[in-house]
Design a protein around this ligand. Structure first.
Ligand code: PMP
Ligand code: GLN
Length: 380
């Protein structure tokens, strides 16, 4: 077969998780919690499955979940979204991103992404016949709007942003959103906003959502993930919020990629959201404790870092330990010889910066795992 993605291999997340397993290393690479999901959520899933909710859901998602989501969006961002016409439940945020890209991008279109960027965007753009244009974030992972303005062309069709940002934990500001709105308005460029870590911000920071920015939202798709919010990445359930006309186009793709998300999972999530509104409110503090535990251990190590502002990832600089290894080699060495797996940052770039020695560690882990991680990191 002639490959449509000849240079695409196994994702770094699968690679590093496999390597960790092979060497019995502590896996802080791929982002997922190693603790149980909330008990009432698990119980609700069992209840709905037992009660016979095991056949296809509505293509757009079960009504109770879309209604809960609309309520939550109003509470958090002050926006009123129509659950019928503006919210769609998908099997994971990944699928929402893919469908939005297929619906918006056509042959020869250019899509601006900011490096380092999540790995699923570019292949989806290429499969749609488009081309990604990579604008580097600054060295502190903030936006460089001058560089962005230079990357715009008459072919620019879509811009993909991601805040809270994987892998850096940087967050977008209100001024950034205003800049983005201004620079894309005249051409009517679409925005795809990946906000899967929307609830995981620390030290009192507030998430700036495109949902809260009417001018941008009028030509935007916003993507979220129940997997991140409810500690159930394996349930692969996400959502897409977009104005009615855009939603209608994305649904045309979604109905033929998967048709719908799993029924009992959606019902369990709706039930849990309704009965446990405190879960989302408590998330920042819950994860901040974990970040602080990892950072306290790192302070005693030879890694350098500044505490992550958001997401469940912490970047560490290893140049004081081994500046003879690039980050991919370093991540392998740590997994094979030091018992701890991480993600190298260079894989998230079209053109990785020279002399960058950064690894990403996931702190969505139990206290015991983080203690063990601390011991391993301090011994390096
Ligand atoms: N976007 C980003 C930035 C992510 O980190 C992830 C999860 N790894 C996703 C999208 C995909 O989320 P889901 O697991 O719900 O498909
Ligand atoms: N988003 C997760 C991460 O960044 C991984 C998801 C996946 O394995 N595809 O680690």
């Amino acid at each position: 077969i002639q490959s449509k993605l000849p240079d695409v291999g196994l994702t770094i997340f699968s690679q590093m998780s496999q390597l960790a397993q092979q060497h019995g290393a502590l896996n802080l690479s791929q982002g997922f919690p190693d603790f149980q999901a909330p008990e009432p959520l698990i119980a609700a899933l069992g209840r709905y499955a037992q009660a016979g909710h095991n056949q296809y859901a509505s293509m757009v998602g079960v009504a109770p979940l879309r209604e809960q989501l609309a309520q939550s969006i109003t509470q958090l961002y002050g926006a009123t979204l129509c659950p019928e016409q503006e919210l769609t439940i998908t099997p994971g945020a990944t699928q929402a991103l893919f469908c939005a890209i297929q619906a918006i991008v056509g042959l020869g279109d250019e899509v601006i992404v900011f490096d380092p960027c999540y790995d699923s965007y570019a292949p989806a753009v290429r499969l749609a016949g488009g081309r990604t244009v990579h604008v580097p974030l600054s060295s502190d992972f903030s936006y460089d709007w001058q560089a962005f303005a230079q990357a715009l062309s008459p072919r620019t069709r879509l811009v993909i942003i991601n805040s809270p940002h994987n892998p850096s934990g940087a967050t977008i500001t209100q001024e950034d959103l205003t800049q983005l709105a201004q620079l894309t308005q005249e051409q009517g460029i679409y925005i795809l906003s990946d906000e899967v870590y929307e609830h995981l911000l620390f030290d009192g920071r507030q998430h700036q959502s495109v949902l809260n920015h009417p001018q941008l939202f009028s030509r935007a798709c916003v993507v979220g993930s129940f997997g991140k919010t409810f500690h159930v990445t394996g349930w692969k359930t996400g959502y897409l919020a977009a104005p009615p006309a855009l939603t209608a186009e994305v649904r045309k793709v979604h109905q033929y990629v998967s048709f719908c998300a799993p029924t009992p999972i959606q019902l369990a999530l709706a039930d849990f959201m309704q009965n446990h509104p405190e879960h989302i409110q408590e998330l920042p503090a819950f994860y901040q404790v974990k970040r602080d535990q990892l950072c306290a251990a790192l302070t005693e190590s030879r890694f350098t870092f500044s505490p992550s502002a958001s997401t469940y990832f912490q970047l560490v600089d290893y140049r004081a330990i081994r500046d003879d290894l690039d980050d991919v080699a370093m991540a392998r060495w740590l997994t094979e010889h030091k018992g701890i797996a991480s993600i190298p940052l260079s894989v998230f770039y079209q053109q990785p910066p020279e002399q960058q020695f950064l690894l990403r560690l996931c702190f969505a882990k139990t206290t015991a795992t983080l203690e063990q991680a601390g011991e391993l990191l301090c011994a390096i």
